[in-house]
Design a protein around this ligand. Structure first.
Ligand code: PXG
Length: 297
């Protein structure tokens, strides 16, 4: 595997960064997780826009134009001969001294890892996930905005650990007011009476690219009403269907929340239909940016 670092490819064993990088010392940096399907990088422009927005918010000036970044990502997938890939783009503050001062870090570091994708077993999509509500609240937007995809993921990681310790696959985080925000690495949806609900961005979430795609597909392909709604945990208990969305997960039904079985305990019919529509869309050329001359099949 070849890893792109600051304009050059390195063998995996040689792909290294400084121990003085503030990305490591302080989690000072931003990232994206992106997929490619059949040689098309899914929603690449949207991921790049979010990366640059995150980086602007933390006063980090990426020394590449968006076009150069896009080309480097595509080149990384091609260099590794991948069609279906998981791509991690990381922009760190770069090497500095041991203090917090970002002015001591003259050069941001850019890393692009394009690897084979670790898929969830198909059985997970058919069985659905068990979730808990974490006792940790999602970081409030006036502390470190969850809209920034920063390298500070301890809030999410500790919530996920809480889920694992309770034999659950994901954790729901509430915002400061106790409303459902999102999961540790996924956005959340609830369907009731044929209407699709997901928390609005102002609740304090990452505006997921899968989330936005699913909102479009639910409205356009399934003809459902879709709304950004503030909702509580008990409202989720009585939903007809609950599911999570994310780059890795795509769409996975939720069958249990805090020990409460959702509906009949199976992923719902609309959820299964959305999974089908999402997969069909993801493998189409209009889903993103082609890696090879003749993209897709
Ligand atoms: N919320 C959070 C907090 C995330 O980190 C999402 C929602 C979904 O966003 P997208 O754009 O992917 O639809 C994410 C992103 C993992 C992993 O290994 C997951 C994410 C990021 C990094 C790693 O599960 N999810």
């Amino acid at each position: 595997m070849k890893v792109w670092i600051d304009g050059q490819f390195y063998e995996k064993s040689e792909a290294k960064v400084s121990v003085f990088d503030h990305g490591l010392l302080y989690g000072d940096g931003v990232f994206e997780g992106i997929r490619s399907y059949a040689g098309v990088v899914f929603k690449l422009d949207e991921h790049i826009d979010r990366l640059y927005a995150s980086s602007k918010a933390i006063l980090l000036n990426i020394p590449l134009s968006k076009k150069e970044m896009s080309d480097a990502i595509v080149a990384s997938v091609r260099e590794n001969g991948l069609k279906d890939a998981y791509i991690r783009v990381i922009v760190t503050r770069g090497a500095g001294d041991l203090g917090l001062d970002m002015r001591k870090c003259p050069k941001p570091g850019i890393i692009i890892i394009a690897d084979k994708i670790q898929l969830f077993p198909e059985e997970v999509y058919n069985r659905g996930l068990k979730l808990i509500v974490s006792h940790l609240r999602r970081v409030p937007p006036d502390t470190l905005s969850p809209a920034i995809k920063s390298l500070n993921y301890l809030n999410n990681i500790l919530a996920r650990a809480e889920a694992s310790r309770a034999n659950c696959e994901e954790a729901i985080l509430l915002n400061r007011d106790g409303y459902v925000a999102e999961c540790s690495g996924d956005n959340i949806f609830a369907i009731r009476n044929g209407k699709v609900h997901t928390p609005p961005v102002y609740v304090g979430i990452l505006e997921g690219i899968t989330r936005n795609t699913v909102m479009d597909l639910a409205a356009q392909k399934l003809g459902l009403q879709v709304a950004e709604t503030v909702f509580t945990v008990p409202q989720m208990y009585r939903a007809d269907e609950v599911f999570v969305t994310g780059t890795g997960a795509e769409i996975i039904g939720v069958v249990e929340v805090n020990g409460r079985i959702i509906a009949d305990g199976k992923p719902g019919p609309l959820t299964m239909q959305l999974i089908k529509e999402f997969r069909r869309f993801a493998c189409s050329p209009e889903a993103g940016t082609p890696v090879y001359q003749t993209a897709s099949v």
